[in-house]
Design a protein around this ligand. Structure first.
Ligand code: HEC
Ligand code: HEC
Length: 335
């Protein structure tokens, strides 16, 4: 039973790689077949995404009144200009506790099926509730009372959910907002749509290396440039207290020290890199991956030393930089 889906997966990955090589030669093919075209995000039946709900979530996202201290909004650690990360190796929670893992991006989180680096949250709603309690140290009931006393919020919740704010509807609005965080058109998307001047020759060469010799797309699969799967790439090797990652959640020893593959869209602005924030620049991170990762006996067999030259590394960096989202962001006004 185990073997069949696995083979199907590998078959699909191989077909994808072949198809993508053809796509490079014909990057301006019809939009429907465009390799990097992002599909619509699917919302759960009990929390459909609507424009009004997303607009409400956008306010809650930047509102420090949701937090225990009244000072920390979600966006304190997930900043637009830093690719919805914080630029820090490790951040500090609202209550002063240190996080043990690096802040991930919010771009394309709606495509993910399990949340956090180790996938311990089964739904985005569960994840948001946990972040509300832990990252911004809120007592949801208390925070909701604060929000409910703001007239602008009361009427907006009424309009969107047909009632006053509750912990459930605050979570739903935030989750809907995050599902709408699909990365906007990047130079690479414009190139694929036919604008041959949108990216440099290095970026075009970098895409070839990424899909081919570098074997990156096996895990960073277009269009999101992630498989949303968990892999051990060797970062915990040699640490005094290795982070068990996915293994602690799934209880499968073969998943020890595995972490979720991040989307590479907007990766150029979201350093430092990896779940431990251990690599400062994108080039450092690409070199680490292209070199086959760390020296861990449990490391994924899909990650090998691709023997890229310095020029090829720079080309891959140029390609990844061309994946930077250029959508405008204007923070809403709080009620
Ligand atoms: C103090 C910094 C900080 C704040 C504030 C913060 N986060 Fe995060 N966020 C993190 C860190 C660190 C992680 C990764 C933790 C892990 O994987 O163990 C994370 C992970 C996430 C993820 C999972 C992403 C994925 O790919 O699985 C989501 C979604 C998220 N946060 C949403 C929120 C929301 C909503 C709020 C406000 C209620 C919030 N965050 C506030 C630091 C923060
Ligand atoms: C075996 C699957 C796999 C392959 C192959 C792979 N990656 Fe990754 N990549 C991952 C995972 C998993 C992470 C996150 C690991 C962690 O933090 O523990 C990651 C992280 C990254 C990051 C850091 C992203 C961030 O936001 O922190 C970059 C950059 C990256 N990979 C580039 C590449 C490049 C370039 C290649 C090809 C040379 C490649 N990867 C090949 C699975 C893979």
């Amino acid at each position: 039973m185990n073997r069949v889906p696995r083979m199907v997966l590998f078959g699909a990955a191989a077909a994808m790689l072949l198809a993508s090589c053809a796509a490079v030669d014909d990057a301006a093919r019809s939009d429907g077949a465009r390799l990097s075209k992002l599909p619509p995000v699917v919302s759960p039946a009990d929390n459909p995404t609507t424009p009004d709900k997303v607009a409400l979530g956008a306010k809650l996202w930047i509102d420090p009144r949701l937090s225990g201290s009244g000072k920390t909004a979600c966006t304190a650690c997930h900043v637009r200009d830093k690719g919805w990360t914080d630029g820090l190796v490790l951040s500090q929670r609202d209550n002063g506790d240190a996080n043990t893992r690096h802040t991930p991006t919010m771009y394309n989180v709606g495509y993910s099926t399990l949340f956090y680096w180790d996938g311990r949250a089964p739904t985005l709603e569960a994840q948001v509730l946990a972040a509300w309690r832990v990252q911004i140290s809120a007592d949801p009931a208390k925070a909701v009372a604060t929000i409910a006393a703001v007239p602008g919020y009361a009427s907006e919740f009424q309009k969107v959910f047909g009632g006053p704010p509750s912990p459930d509807t605050v979570v739903k609005a935030l989750a809907a907002y995050l599902r709408a965080k699909v990365s906007g058109p990047s130079p690479w998307d414009r190139y694929e749509m036919g604008d041959k001047t949108a990216v440099s020759a290095d970026a075009q060469a970098g895409f070839q290396v990424f899909m081919g010799k570098g074997r990156c797309a096996v895990c960073h699969t277009p269009p999101v440039y992630s498989d949303f799967n968990f892999h051990n790439i060797g970062l915990e090797a040699g640490k005094a207290k290795p982070d068990p990652g996915r293994g602690a959640i799934s209880k499968k020893p073969e998943e020890d020290r595995s972490f979720k593959t991040p989307t590479l869209r907007s990766v150029a602005i979201s350093g430092p890199y990896f779940h431990d924030g251990s690599r400062r620049t994108l080039e450092d991170a690409v070199r680490y991956m292209a070199g086959g990762g760390g020296n861990d006996p449990g490391k994924s067999a899909m990650l090998v030393d691709a023997k890229l030259t310095d020029a090829e590394i720079r080309q891959v960096v140029a390609f990844l930089t061309a994946l930077t989202s250029t959508e405008p962001y204007r923070a809403p006004t709080l009620p």
